[in-house]
Design a protein around this ligand. Structure first.
Ligand code: FE2
Length: 416
């Protein structure tokens, strides 16, 4: 059974969507077809999309399905009298699709832009990630992706506004794990307002903002002038902070160059060269422990973690934050052999990207992916080196980037 659009007439507004997003109709629907369990949409560019009746019923936007105030779902599918099926599918003059569901006898309309964006039947074409991930080696780069943020903090931005600079920055952070902004203010504490342009910082026992500079009676090697080996911060936590921000306020010391490397690229190289060692590091749980005088964080996890799709999710590499390995007896020697293979890789210069901090620089990096390190700096030759840092979750970067993309779509709709 197929339906063509009704004859042209003044188009009423498109139906609501089950969210607060904006969905421009880039491709219109040419025709719809259906059977009891499936809706087929034929788009003007020739794509055919297939949606199950049960999926459509759950994702309707009416008041029986979502709370109009929150757009959160209130429908409990198991309370329907029977499996929802399609009695009729109609393409409206305004481009929406109206479906008649049985046994409810309910007519529900669907927004074509929303349907196109949620075409799960074309997952291969559907963008699987917010930003595609690129693994990189320092040897292939002169510098991190760098954006000039002069004047940016004086601009007015809120959660609903477009912000091309922040959008580029977050795409770099999500895709490459690293971005550098330059020419930001250098007032102590200004990092808090900068971070909140992305989302609320995650406080830790080192404070909401932490100062990275040599200080007496340090509670971390970071707060000395010694070199730091490549590491992630806080693998001692069940959930490692997702993003780290380091903001340079002062730097006129000798040495102290920053070193960053893509932990996923290092892990990939390990998988290529030593698959057995790679497998060991994805399996054996190491102990991560901070040995401060006034706190006692301990966590056990593999050094390389993959997600449900087998993609890299995180690395936990920080030799100075590992406690004694407590693994099954037969795992201990293979675990150390794998660890040393990884440590040798980390020393290879091809992975490291080196750069110096200038006052007003801010690096934002994925702390569960990138390793950061630092050369020793020499305070005896005068000068000072003062960075302030804070953490955010990956969620904040993704949410903020989606909002920026939504703002752009909304602006397009308003211009149309
Ligand atoms: Fe660190």
């Amino acid at each position: 059974m197929s339906a063509q659009p009704d004859s042209p007439s003044p188009s009423p507004a498109l139906p609501a969507t089950p969210d607060f997003d904006a969905w421009p109709v880039d491709v219109a629907i040419a025709a719809v077809d259906h059977d009891a369990h499936t809706l087929t949409v034929i788009w003007e560019d020739g794509r055919r999309s297939h949606y199950h009746s049960i999926w459509l019923r759950e994702n309707a936007a009416d008041d029986s399905t979502v709370n109009p105030a929150t757009r959160e779902r209130i429908l409990d599918l198991s309370r329907l009298e029977a499996w929802p099926t399609l009695e009729q599918a109609r393409l409206e003059a305004n481009g929406a699709v109206t479906l008649a569901f049985l046994p409810e006898q309910r007519q529900l309309s669907f927004h074509p832009g929303w349907l196109r964006a949620h075409d799960y039947a074309n997952l291969v074409e559907h963008e699987p990630a917010l930003v595609p991930r690129t693994l990189w080696r320092g040897v292939d780069r002169d510098a991190p992706i760098t954006l000039d943020a002069a004047g940016w903090m004086a601009e007015d931005h809120d959660a609903m506004s477009v912000d091309p600079l922040l959008e580029q920055a977050l795409e770099a952070v999500i895709g490459e794990g690293l971005v550098r902004l330059r020419n930001l203010p250098t007032e102590p504490g200004s990092l808090d307002a900068i971070a909140r342009r992305i989302g609320p910082p995650r406080p830790t026992n080192f404070g909401a903002l932490f100062d990275v500079r040599a200080k007496p009676d340090p509670d971390s090697n970071a707060y000395t002038s010694i070199a730091l080996p490549p590491h992630v911060d806080l693998p001692t936590r069940e959930y490692q902070p997702g993003l780290q921000l380091l903001h340079c306020l002062e730097n006129d010391t000798v040495g102290g160059e920053a070193v960053m490397m893509d932990g996923f690229a290092v892990a990939e190289a390990l998988r290529d060269r030593h698959p057995d060692h790679f497998a060991t590091l994805t399996r054996v749980r190491w102990c991560y422990a901070n040995t401060a005088r006034t706190s006692d964080y301990v966590w056990f996890d593999p050094m390389i973690k993959l997600d449900a799709n087998g993609e890299f999710d995180e690395v936990r590499i920080a030799d100075f934050l590992r406690g004694p390995l407590m693994a099954p007896f037969d795992d201990v020697e293979p675990a150390y052999a794998a660890l040393m293979a990884l440590q040798r890789l980390l020393r290879e210069p091809e992975f490291a990207l080196r750069f110096s901090y200038a006052p007003g620089d801010l690096v934002i990096f994925d702390n569960r992916r990138l390793l950061h390190a630092r050369d020793a700096f020499d305070v005896s030759q005068g000068g000072s080196r003062w960075l302030q840092g804070c953490y955010l979750e990956r969620d904040e970067a993704r949410s903020r980037l989606r909002m920026l993309k939504r703002a752009k779509r909304r602006a397009r709709l308003e211009d149309a």
